[in-house]
Ligand binder design. Sequence first.
Ligand code: SAM
Length: 279
Amino acid sequence: MTTLADLPPLREALAAHGLMARKSFGQHFLLDLNITRKIARLAALAQGDTVIEVGPGPGGLTRALIETGAHVVAIEKDERFRPLLEDLAAAAAGALTIVMGDALLADEAALAGGEAHVVSNLPYNVGTPLLVKWLTGAWTPASLTLMFQKEVADRIVAPPGGGAYGRLAVIAQATCEARAVMDVPARAFTPPPKVDSAVVRLTPRPGRPAPDRLDALQRVTAAAFGQRRKMLRASLKALGGEALARAAGLDPQARAETVDIPGFLRLADAWLQLRNRPA
Ligand code: SAM
């Protein structure tokens, strides 16, 4: 019986199946198991944990995740990878479930059958929508360890006051503790992308905002950062303008990028109250 240790190196596995990276699927592979093992370590998994991995591709990160003793549910959209991933599942002796399909449409609760972590070297073209789905959707992961383009990673962990601080930082940090934990240069990938990458680790905060509060947060951040150079009284005009800013205890002349996470949560609450007030 083939075990993980008997599998050929990733480059050979790709060649044996005649597989080349495709740009349309955002494919940039990590073929160095030292790097994928480091990412798996950063995910801090315990024996028996369930992990959802988006985009296993050739399976380098998948192999490292299986080695931790976790059960991996890997969702891959590119059908060409099915035979290679089936070889990997056979060698993993029950520790790997392959799901062929689009992760944007996946029902994670049903796939995981309980609590699960998410670990992925995300495809660039769908990284942000997937993150927003996990942060605001019906299913909440136990933790997320995710590779993004460096510029996106910076926008997730940005503090208030700078150009990188925007909607993504507010949604991510209102729901999670978010840290950039590893830089990965473009040359580490095959083929190398144009830009460097970074791994971000997100741990959901206890007491995640309720769905209506999250929805309100999305609305106020969309308005405030949609016109980020304007003062809040102007950028929030359609939602209540100066009165809304004041109700949240904010200076109506402030700009969005100076408002911290608690400030945006107060804005969301104030907007909910204004909206629910009888006319
Ligand atoms: N995990 C592999 C690695 O680290 O070498 C591959 C990472 S590559 C950046 C992204 C992977 O996501 C590819 O295998 C690609 O086919 C897959 N993918 C792209 N869009 C997807 C989607 N919507 N749902 C699931 N997988 C997707």
